[in-house]
Design a protein around this ligand. Structure first.
Ligand code: XUL
Length: 529
């Protein structure tokens, strides 16, 4: 009997590290294990993965905590007898945009790791900056403006790098570090992303960055998939020599570091595939391997994302374009007022989710013209810096109509702000906490006029990373792996979870999009007046 062949995906997310081992050839998941940073974070001063800061705009994490978590997770997998020696390839996923700053000793320290000793204490002196800014940081507005101006404004920046400058993107973060601590920047010989930092540990050498995560930096030429000299120049001096190479998302970087072989029993031939960002990985974990299907994740924020076949960027600078693991492109649009806004409306009328659903059932599609701009918090798309909910043809005292207004207008906003893609979704995979609510999915199907599948996967980034490892391994072995066949056993939506759009609601929502657009435009004009 052949020994089964496993692939391992790791997901280094904001609050936890997850491992998922699968047997691609048999279409089954063998094991998943997760460790929250709080379980091993006390010594590093972090809570829920981030360091307490006086300034709420500054959000950093201690990278040594990530090292400790990797070690603790492997210890646990080993102690539980997981077949690490049968893992053939490892790839991973990192929270996007976060950056790690390392001094010139980093490559030698990786090579010299002593398997007789724990990992974190051996890496205490490799950092030129002890903390890593992560995607929740919003302290770089000035740097965003400087880089964006140097690249010719928002539309030109988006066309060149895939997104206009955003506070959490890596380039503006690097520029802020260079400006605020020039000596620290001079000491920095290597800048890694969260993804490439973890890959470097496993590889025992400085790891490249893939085109998916590279696109979240405002530093990569989105068309050529190479570092963009003008962006590097606008960001910080001598940046090129501090960045690793960019590579395709299926690249095998080399065999696993001897440290992990000796300490955890991996086979020395285990390959390390390049890591990517959590969003490119999730696209695979959700089975979005063909353009046309989009996912809507109804979480704290709502995100609208999916594969796109051509690299089209958003001239208004609201959407992002990243490289996708398939070699295509993906888009992601992030709306901050997601679950938070729905919960505020629910709570304002003293309802539970059943009451909220009953309100949706009791009100008609189009809500008789009622509209809401649900800016309970400042909004990312459209950019609204000051919170303030706006209503039209709607009174704040009307419970049921407000429930429908928040859900409908969130979906109308997605429909409107995804227009630049010039391709309406053909089907939508709904994920995230609120996707459990069938009435919300009913509104989604009607507003977008396409079928919606409820898609409950909890580890889409780790699953995507493991599938990317399987894909990279097969490709390196000379096969021409078919993405849809590879993901099918793991990520096929169930027909029973399908909500069909009602064609009679199409004209209602076409008119509602117009009315919503006019309302939004008028309101944004008052903010800029
Ligand atoms: C995407 C983004 C987040 C992070 C963390 O642009 O900032 O989704 O990747 O999950």
């Amino acid at each position: 009997m052949n020994t089964p062949c496993y692939d391992l995906g790791l997901d280094a997310s904001t609050q936890s590290l997850t491992a998922l081992i699968l047997e691609a050839e048999a279409g089954r998941i063998i094991a998943t294990e997760s460790i929250s940073y709080d379980e091993c974070g006390a010594a590093h001063g972090a809570q829920r993965g981030v360091l307490p800061q006086a300034d709420p705009q500054v959000v950093h994490a201690p990278p040594l905590l990530w090292v400790a978590a990797l070690e603790a997770l492997f210890e646990r997998l080993k102690a539980q007898g997981f077949p690490l020696h049968q893992v053939r390839c490892i790839s991973g996923s990192g929270q996007q945009h976060g950056s790690v700053y390392l001094n010139a000793s980093w490559p030698a320290a990786l090579r010299a790791l002593d398997p007789g000793r724990p990992l974190a204490p051996q890496l205490g002196t490799v950092f030129s900056r002890p903390t890593a800014p992560i995607w929740m940081d919003s302290s770089t507005t000035a740097e965003c403006a400087e880089i964006c101006a140097a690249l010719g404004g928002p539309a030109a920046t988006a066309a060149a790098t895939g997104s206009t400058t955003f506070e959490r993107f890596t380039g503006p973060q690097i520029r802020r570090f260079y400006k605020s601590d020039p000596a620290g920047y001079r000491q920095t010989a290597h800048i890694a992303l969260v993804s490439s930092f973890h890959a470097s540990l496993l590889l025992g050498a400085v790891a490249p960055i893939d085109h998916g995560d590279g696109a979240g930096m405002n530093l990569m030429d989105i068309q050529q998939r190479q570092w963009l000299p003008a962006a590097l120049e606008a960001t910080a001096p001598d940046l090129a020599r501090r960045l690793p190479p960019l590579v395709a998302p299926w690249t095998i970087l080399g065999p696993i570091s001897p440290y992990f072989v000796a300490r955890y029993g991996f086979d020395p031939a285990t390959r390390i595939g390049v890591w990517s960002g959590d969003n490119p990985n999730s696209i695979i974990g959700l089975g979005l391997t063909e353009p046309g299907a989009m996912a809507i994740s109804l979480g704290t924020s709502d995100t609208f994302f999916g594969l796109i076949s051509a690299c089209r960027t958003d001239p208004r600078g609201e959407g992002h374009v990243f490289g996708a693991p398939t070699g295509d492109y993906m888009t992601l649009i992030c709306f901050k007022n997601g679950s938070l806004a729905r919960e505020r409306v629910r709570d304002a009328y003293g309802l539970d989710w059943n009451g909220f659903s009953a309100a949706l059932r009791a009100t008609p599609p189009g809500n008789d013209g009622a509209l809401m701009l649900p800016y309970f918090d400042p909004e990312i798309v459209p950019r609204v810096l000051t919170a303030g909910v706006q209503r039209r043809h709607l009174n704040a005292t009307e419970a049921a109509r407000n429930c429908r207004a928040v859900v409908e207008c969130q979906q109308l906003s997605m429909r409107r702000h995804a227009r630049w893609l010039h391709a309406a979704p053909r089907q939508i995979y709904a994920t995230g906490g609120a996707s459990i609510n069938p009435e919300i999915l009913r509104v989604m199907a009607d507003v977008h006029q396409c079928p919606v599948y409820r898609f409950q996967v909890s580890n889409s980034a780790a699953l995507g990373a493991a599938l990317r490892a399987a894909h990279a391994r097969r490709q390196a072995d000379g096969a021409a792996p078919d993405w849809s066949a590879l993901v099918a056993p793991f990520a096929t939506p169930r027909a029973t979870d399908r909500v069909e759009p009602r064609p009679e609601t199409a004209p209602v929502y076409a008119a509602a999009e117009q009315a919503f657009g006019a309302f939004e435009t008028e309101y944004l004009a008052t903010l800029n007046a």
